[in-house]
Write a protein that binds this ligand. Structure first.
Ligand code: 3PY
Ligand code: MG
Length: 267
């Protein structure tokens, strides 16, 4: 938890859909304010595929303070130090790629929650407490409740072990990564493909069995709406790179349609 209100799990419990973006390229500290102004509910700042070191992450996460849009951080791997820095910078949750076993899911909880649920290291007067003197016991209990711990389900092995992963106490959400899942399972990555939809259905059913939320990454808004109706509460509906490229290439195409050959073909 940061001292910022972490309203993600309460909204999901009310059955609301929360909408956000995966950010892997942009590094401006204004990002949080921009995404908040766009009406997004969360951003996943991606340290798996994106090149964000601790310094860049610190500036970016700080830029979300005061808004409703909440910063989640996708860490590169399941390691203690990868969790500690984003959480103490004030991340509202941690997304862990390629969770494939009970042991790994237990490590996610160990690194992401304070004792007794986990074994997160303690340092209180930092960004996650707003540098305030907090009452330790109530802060730790609230942080343990508020932080969203998200296990990515994106390999065949993870699908085969859904029950052991999603029954791990302290895991809040299964996040479906269609790209890696398709590669691992030999299907299309399109959520319109029946084989991929079958995998999604299997994951959603397991999540329901174990009372955990489900999230997904997709650009396909019609499918996102279908999946939301099916119970997928967290939808990451774009990436920073795609949002820029699709808008700008569309602008060029539209001007070419309006102006024809007057728009330069380049060198
Ligand atoms: C995937 O599709 O593999 C993801 O990790 C989503 O970002
Ligand atoms: Mg992936």
């Amino acid at each position: 938890m940061s001292v910022e209100p972490n309203w993600i799990k309460p909204a999901l419990r009310r059955g609301e859909t929360i909408v956000g973006i995966m950010v892997s390229e942009l590094k401006t500290p204004m990002l949080g304010a921009m995404l908040d102004a766009a009406g997004l509910h969360f951003a996943i700042i991606d340290q798996e595929h994106g090149a964000y070191g601790a310094d860049a992450l610190g500036a970016i996460v700080a830029g979300f303070r005061g808004g409703r849009c909440r910063p989640l951080v996708r860490v590169p791997d399941t390691r203690r130090e990868y969790f500690l820095t984003p959480l103490e910078l004030g991340a509202a949750g941690i997304v862990v790629p390629r969770v494939e076993s009970r042991t790994q899911a237990e490590e996610v909880v160990k690194f992401g929650r304070y004792a007794p649920q986990g074994d997160r290291g303690l340092s209180l007067m930092r960004a996650h407490t707003g540098f305030r003197r907090v009452d330790k016991d109530s802060y730790l209990a609230k942080a343990n409740d508020d932080i969203v711990l998200i296990a990515q389900i994106e390999t065949r092995q993870a699908v085969e072990r859904l029950d052991e992963i999603l029954s791990t106490p302290g895991i809040d959400m299964a996040f479906i990564g269609p790209s890696d899942l398709s590669l691992s399972c030999g299907t299309s990555s399109s959520l319109r493909d029946p084989a991929m939809r079958g995998l999604v259905d299997t994951i959603v059913a397991a999540a329901k069995r174990h009372g955990v939320f489900v999230g997904i990454q997709t650009y396909d808004l019609a499918i996102a709406a279908e999946l939301a109706a099916q119970g997928i509460g967290l939808v990451s509906c774009n990436t920073d790179a795609n949002a820029l490229l699709s808008t700008l290439s569309g602008n060029v195409a539209e001007l070419r349609r309006l102006l024809g050959g007057r728009v330069s073909a380049g060198l």
